[in-house]
Design a protein around this ligand. Structure first.
Ligand SMILES: Cc1cc2nc3c(=O)[nH]c(=O)nc-3n(C[C@H](O)[C@H](O)[C@H](O)COP(=O)(O)O)c2cc1C
Length: 412
């Protein structure tokens, strides 16, 4: 399972002799599927050139504030990153971080970003053992900064002791582990994604614009949070995320059967992200319908509501649904949540280039007594935030899964 796939890593390189190893670190991070942007301190540029990092990362390299006075590099990069990793982190950089200095681009990014910060110290053993460095490291740890290493051993200066930067393999592993939140560790999740196709005849069907991207991103995020994920998907052009079990279906009827099968086999969390048809042709033709000169109308019948069906099961999982709305998003989402009797609705504003078949989205999460707007972002990042929110609600209401009070509510 690759937790670094598509993760945005901002690598800060400061001016230590171990900076040459960071070139290999960039290569390994990219090989693991991460997108890497490098920010160098001025001192770092005296050890390795920006061009090396640019070639290896395939991205521009930042080493100072942009000449364009209207640009806000530190804010843009701070928002972009999923993780900040400073490797090597010199004694000087640790001191600046400990004191919240923003007198260079890297320091300003670290202050502006809410992404978790990891540092890999690298310095002479005497510098590492000095009380000033010890204090700085302690401050940083108290603020939640992950200190990766250092390792002990022979040093470039001829000394022997603690202060060697961890090897790139160890840093890649540590960074990867940092994405495994464990928030849904051991939880069994059934998730639907994509559109459904309702047959008109053997060659025609009614469907919708869903690409499945949001549902597949949620499957990957749930997997990263430690869940066992069963993905039941309508027709899409997407591959199953690694480590996720995928069942492909066509119609809403097939999807319902597959969902009930998995839910009844035991699942704690059901996420309905598929854009399931509301209606299907009442009498699909066995043979291809011939074109006719006169007007033709197609009788439709409603299809079973998968989310409401699962939510009404006597031993029901914690249920999450999606709502695609074009107007009054919050109002409609709350209504849908109550109507379907589910714990959380993620409302999608569709249209205006958002929602279906796009890489970005905006979600409004609505639950009993709360709501949270997830501002426009990539579906991958939104999926992670959604899973975090689901995990928080799920862990605070475990009794919802099988309580008799809840059963009564849904059978009412
Ligand atoms: C050849 C050489 C090697 C250095 N190696 C280290 C090192 O490994 N770790 C460290 O903390 N400082 C080292 N320094 C000192 C830093 O470059 C110096 O403290 C600088 O101010 C760090 O700036 P920065 O943290 O903004 O990159 C070295 C200096 C030189 C000249």
């Amino acid at each position: 399972m690759n937790l670094l796939s598509d993760k945005r890593i901002l690598l800060g390189v400061s001016g230590g002799i171990a900076a040459y190893k960071s070139a290999e670190l960039v290569r390994q991070l990219r090989a693991a599927g991460a997108v890497v942007r490098v920010v160098m301190t001025r001192a770092a540029t005296e050890f390795v050139t920006a061009r090396t990092f640019q070639a290896l990362s395939g991205q521009p390299v930042w080493s100072d504030w942009s000449d364009d006075r209207t640009s806000m590099d530190h804010i843009e990069l701070a928002r972009w990153a999923d993780r900040l990793l400073i490797a090597p982190a010199t004694a000087d950089t640790l001191a600046r971080l400990a004191h919240g200095r923003a007198d260079d681009l890297l320091g300003a990014i670290c202050l502006a970003s809410t992404a978790p910060l990891c540092v890999a110290p690298a310095m002479n053993q005497g510098m590492w053992r000095h009380a000033a460095t010890r204090d700085n490291v302690r401050y940083l740890q108290e603020r939640g900064v992950a200190i990766l290493g250092p390792a002990e051993g022979a040093q470039a200066c001829g000394d022997n002791g603690p202060g060697r930067m961890l090897e790139p393999e160890a840093l890649v592993r540590a960074l990867s582990d940092s994405f495994s939140s464990g928030a849904l560790a051991g939880v069994s999740v059934v998730l639907t994604a994509g559109p459904t196709r309702e047959a008109v005849d053997p060659v025609r069907y009614i469907s919708n614009r869903s690409s499945g991207k949001m549902g597949y991103a949620i499957a990957a995020a749930a997997r990263d949070a430690g869940a066992r994920v069963e993905l039941i998907s309508g027709p899409t052009a997407l591959d199953a995320p690694v480590g996720v079990h995928l069942t492909r279906v066509e119609s809403a009827g097939d999807m319902l059967a597959a969902v009930l099968d998995r839910v009844e086999a035991g699942c704690q969390l059901f996420i309905s992200a598929a854009a399931v048809a509301d209606y299907r042709p009442a009498r699909p033709a066995a043979q291809k319908l011939k074109k006719q000169a006169q007007q033709w109308s197609l009788p439709l019948e409603p299809v079973a509501d998968i989310l409401a069906t699962v939510s009404a099961l006597p031993r029901r999982p914690f249920c999450v649904g999606f709502a695609a709305e074009t107007e009054d998003v919050e109002q409609h989402a709350q209504k849908k949540r109550l109507l379907k009797g589910v714990e959380l609705i993620a409302a999608n504003r569709v249209g205006r280039n958002l929602g279906f078949d796009t890489d970005d989205n905006e979600l409004l999460l609505v639950w009993e007594g709360g709501s949270r707007l997830l501002a426009r972002d990539s579906k991958t990042r939104l999926a992670r935030l959604l899973i975090e929110q689901i995990a928080t609600l799920y862990s605070s209401q475990p009794c919802l899964r099988i309580s008799t009070e809840n059963d009564a509510k849904h059978s009412a």
